[in-house]
Design a protein around this ligand. Structure first.
Ligand code: ADP
Ligand code: MG
Length: 628
């Protein structure tokens, strides 16, 4: 039994409260209550009954319920001898003890019940209060609910009405839905068709977009290529301008050298002249010397003769003296002879003296001439060394000139190549478009603006033209577009590079194409006046100017011109003489276009005229325009 009551709760009220709370207002089964009361014993333990007299083991009696009490009541006296009163009395007292304990248990139990009853009553009161309160609340709620019900009923009625209406509407809607469904079905069939179409179109669009992408890619690549080409072009132009500068520098140097050359040549010439003159003077001096020598020789011979004469004279004088002595000795020849002889002698002496003087002056002259000759020799040597120096200098200058000329030729070759490369990069075939202005007289009927516009975006500026026709826009792009205000000069600037190419030895063709009155003749020939000149006269001017300037570099240009017209598929020579009057004569000629293996194109039987200046060409042009 003892084990069954554990664990003991130290707080029975709480436990009870728990039980009550857990079970609401109802009382639990008795056993529970009893055990609870049991537990709630003052000692906290089960009610224990002591044996009292301590002889036997302590007998503890516990009551856990009615069964225990009934068992106690049903307990019989143990089979002891009827006479054993003492034993029976003990047993009785034991039993009485037990009964007392039972009574005490009962009293406790009753107390517990009373307390419980009290508690329950108070709880009931509280519950009653609560109940009344709840009832009030419920009645209130009921009233509210009634009101709400009423309200809801009215609303229900109205809703029913609206439901009815809705039903009618729904019928209508169903009908329309049916119709719609049919429509939708038909729409679905058409949608299916359209879907197929759409798929096809999508496919095509995809294809187109791919193509577009490809085209864009190509475009992009082309643009990149274009930019790289432009860069290359600008590089080439820079190179070309650099080489042009080098050429001009070289040309300047060359001209300076030429000037030095010329001055040196002049100097050389003057030196030569001087040399010649000094040579002639030297020769003269030599001649004079020779003469002097001869003279001296002659004078010497004369002197010798004179000496001989003198010796002879002296001998004569001696002989005469001897004779005189002889005569004196012989006696007395005439003193006159003697005197005359002495006169003669003195005369001879005088001539002898004179001749001696003459010899002296001649010797002086000879010395002077020799001096002069020496001097002339020295100057001749000096002149000779100067001449040699000049010669070396001239040789050096000539070498430098030759190298400069070589450099110029090389630079010119490079320039030609670069120029041609630039033109090739710009495009070997280029198409330009020129718009003619409206003419005041013939085109005045079209008073409204011409339906032409020029796009100004970066990539199409100056290269594109838009035309409007019946509200539709047509775009065209060219290598260059000249608008109606472009001058003849503007147009020629684009062509002048081609003319340079022609002068560099490349083949060039420029032709104009357009309907009658669109400005072909104006563009090619132009009109009299400096600003109005067209491409042909300007090109010819440039050709003659450049060929003249290139002549100094050693180039020689021979120019020939021929002019022809193709009219109705027939070739006509515009330079043929008397073309208009004697048409049969020219008609007999076979004008055929021939291409030779070197890429030259000629027209047989065409008159080819040599031209030497732009005036020649002008007269040829006049002749040709007359023939037309
Ligand atoms: P085409 O030779 O094509 O038949 P033209 O050159 O004779 O045409 O031109 C027709 C007219 O238009 C001429 O009177 C010409 O002067 C004039 N013209 C053409 N282009 C221009 C221009 N750019 N500026 C001024 N006048 C022009
Ligand atoms: Mg014309």
């Amino acid at each position: 039994m003892a084990s069954s009551v554990t664990p003991r709760n130290p707080c029975p009220k709480e436990n009870l409260g728990n039980a009550r709370r857990g079970m609401g207002v109802k009382l639990g089964p008795r056993r529970n209550v009893l055990s609870a009361i049991n537990n709630g014993g003052a000692h906290g333990d089960a009610v224990s009954v002591d044996g009292g007299d301590g002889g036997s083991a302590a007998a503890v009696i516990e009551f856990s319920g009615r069964e225990d009490v009934e068992r106690l009541l049903a307990e019989k006296m143990k089979g002891k001898c009827k006479t054993d009163f003492k034993g029976r009395a003990e047993q009785m007292s034991e039993y009485i003890k037990k009964l007392r304990a039972c009574i005490r248990w009962y009293i406790d139990l009753e107390d517990g019940y009373l307390a419980e009853q009290e508690k329950l009553r108070s709880t009931m009161d509280a519950e009653n209060d609560r109940h009344a309160e709840l009832e009030v609340q419920l009645s209130n709620a009921l009233q509210e609910l009634k009101a709400a019900n009423l309200d809801l009923t009215t609303r229900c009625n109205s809703l029913e009405e609206s439901l009815h209406k809705e039903k009618v509407d729904r019928m209508l809607a169903v009908e329309s839905y049916e119709k719609e469904r049919q429509d939708r079905e038909s729409a679905e069939t058409s949608r299916d068709m359209l879907t197929v179409d759409l798929e096809r179109v999508t496919h095509e669009a995809k294809r187109f977009s791919e193509q577009l992408k490809m085209v864009q890619d190509t475009n992009k690549r082309l643009q990149e290529y274009n930019t790289s080409l432009q860069q290359y072009n600008s590089n080439l132009q820079a190179d070309a301008s650099k080489s042009g500068e080098t050429i001009s520098k070289l040309q300047k140097e060359k001209s300076a050298m030429m000037e030095t050359m010329v001055s040196l040549k002049d100097l050389n010439n003057s030196m030569k002249n001087q040399l010649d003159s000094s040579r002639t003077s030297q020769q003269e001096a030599i001649r004079v010397k020779e003469e002097f020598r001869k003279e001296v020789e002659c004078l010497r011979s004369e002197l010798q003769q004179v000496r001989d004469d003198r010796d002879q004279s002296v001998a004569q004088v001696n002989t005469l003296n001897v004779e005189l002595a002889n005569c004196k000795e012989i006696a007395g020849q005439s003193t006159e002879d003697c005197e005359s002889l002495s006169v003669k002698v003195s005369a001879f002496e005088v001539t002898c003296n004179m001749q001696q003087e003459q010899i002296q002056t001649l010797q002086k002259q000879l010395a002077f001439a020799t001096e002069k000759l020496k001097l002339a020799d020295v100057t001749a040597v000096e002149v000779m060394t100067g001449y040699q120096e000049q010669k070396v200098k001239i040789k050096d200058l000539e070498e430098r000139l030759a190298s400069a000329e070589f450099q110029i030729v090389e630079a010119d070759k490079l320039r030609k190549k670069l120029h041609n490369t630039i033109l090739e990069l710009k495009g070997n075939i280029r198409v330009f478009c020129r718009v003619r202005p409206l003419l005041s007289d013939s085109d005045s009927s079209g008073a409204e603006e011409a339906p032409i516009s020029y796009p100004t975006s970066v990539e199409s500026a100056g290269r594109c033209i838009d035309l409007m026709n019946q509200g539709q826009r047509f775009s065209f792009s060219y290598d260059k577009v000249f608008d109606h205000v472009a001058s003849q000069e503007d147009v020629f600037v684009e062509m002048s590079q081609l003319v340079q190419s022609a002068l560099d030895g490349y083949k060039v063709c420029i032709f104009a194409y357009g309907q009658t009155g669109s400005g072909k003749t104006y563009t090619m020939m132009g009109q009299p006046g400096i600003d109005q000149k067209g491409i042909i006269p300007r090109s010819l001017e440039q050709i003659f100017k450049t060929s003249q300037s290139l002549e100094s570099q050693g180039w020689k240009y021979c120019m020939q011109a021929s002019m022809l017209e193709i009219y109705n598929e027939t070739i006509r020579d515009l330079l043929a003489p008397g073309r208009s009057s004697n048409f049969e004569m020219t008609a007999g000629k076979q004008y055929t276009i021939k291409h030779d293996p070197h890429g030259n194109t000629t027209v047989s039987d065409l008159i080819v005229a040599d031209v030497f200046s732009s005036a020649d060409v002008t007269s040829l042009l006049a002749k040709a325009s007359q023939s037309r």
